[in-house]
Design a protein around this ligand. Structure first.
Ligand code: HPA
Ligand code: ZN
Length: 327
């Protein structure tokens, strides 16, 4: 399972710091201290409680060295999981507390990703996030940064953070701007709130993909709409258990999403905070729902179809998937 080729579309850089990476930045830290500060409990109260677990990582990621090490660490995890195409995401405006400018933050991540892509033979893109609690000007600043660096490296725009705690109003302008310019968009929704939040996101942000979207399953009309419009859902099962969207893995609706014919992919969301790898996520799906290679092949083909990438890379990844999955 580890050697199956995989596509991962939804993983946050600041939620994915391994002990090895943190130790390179802060050599004094012990494994216990790392677990305490950088790994979340198996069960959080809710999404807001989970988001509190990102504080230590954000505090650490305020220098070029730390950001670069974080990217190298994520690509190493991708390599172990045999990810052949990945999209990593982060909010650049969170990393300016140590004096870096947003441009320095972004170019540091781009340069590190460029090196890793070549070293590890992994195709990758970077998504910049605005956050629910940001104001209108921070959201506009973020989308203008996406526009400035759009190309081989920065590939899209997202909104993350506390879906239940903050309304969408401050971000409508940024998504309008993105859609006007043809910038690919995804948006976290249907995680801490139900189908009404997914409808609101679709009707105001017009994203091509939804981050999570699991709670869309509570509304059959919405399921039909997502299928008809081919909106891709970046599903992150273990993260949903941790944020208490579902009580346990058995209760997760991913198997029903698949059976409904929705376009879905399998993702970790937060490798360190959720203490999960993509291979473990695949193993849990096999054990819990009896998923077979065909399920994973289908999800990965849907993922690459909806990836924010070029036709040439899409084709290259498809060929790798077909060659290596049938081996
Ligand atoms: N939802 C919203 N914001 C996030 C998440 C998530 O699952 N993970 C990291 N930031
Ligand atoms: Zn997420």
């Amino acid at each position: 399972m580890q050697n199956w080729p995989k596509v991962e579309l939804h993983v946050h850089l600041d939620c994915s710091l391994t002990y090895d990476v943190v130790k390179l930045i802060d050599p004094a830290i012990t494994r216990d201290q790392y677990r305490q500060a950088f790994v979340g409990p198996v069960k959080c109260l809710d999404l807001a409680d989970f988001l509190d677990c990102t504080n230590a990582a954000v505090q650490l990621l305020q220098t070029k060295k730390a950001l670069s090490l974080a990217v190298h660490g994520l690509f190493s995890q991708w390599k172990r999981d045999h990810v052949v195409y990945g999209e990593l995401r982060f909010a650049p405006l969170l990393h300016t507390q140590g004096g870096l400018t947003p441009d320095e933050v972004i170019t540091t991540v781009i340069e590190a990703a460029e090196t890793c892509k070549k070293e590890k033979d992994i195709e990758a893109g970077i998504i910049l996030c605005t956050l629910r609690h940001f104001n209108e000007s921070q959201s506009m600043e973020t989308i203008r940064l996406v526009e400035k660096y759009l190309g081989d490296h920065i590939v899209g725009f997202d909104i993350a953070s506390d879906e239940a705690g903050y309304p969408i109003d401050a971000h409508v302008g940024a998504f309008h701007y993105a859609n006007d310019k043809g910038i690919p968009c995804t948006a976290h929704a249907g995680e801490a709130k139900g189908p009404e939040s997914v409808w609101e996101t679709l009707e105001n942000f017009f994203p091509r993909r939804i981050g999570h979207g699991a709670r869309a399953m509570e509304d059959p009309k919405l399921v039909n709409h997502l299928r008809a419009e081919q909106i891709h859902l970046e599903v992150c099962p273990t993260s949903n258990i941790q944020t208490n969207v579902f009580a346990s893995y058995t209760d997760h609706c991913i198997d029903r999403m698949y059976a409904e014919g929705l376009s879905i992919s399998i993702n970790t969301d937060a490798r360190a905070i959720a203490d999960v790898t993509l291979t473990e996520e695949y193993r849990k799906l096999c054990e819990t729902f009896g998923w077979a290679p065909a399920h994973f092949m289908k999800c990965n083909m849907e993922a690459i179809k909806h990836a924010f990438t070029t036709p040439a890379i899409r084709q290259k990844v498809r060929l790798r998937m077909m060659e290596e999955f049938t081996r």
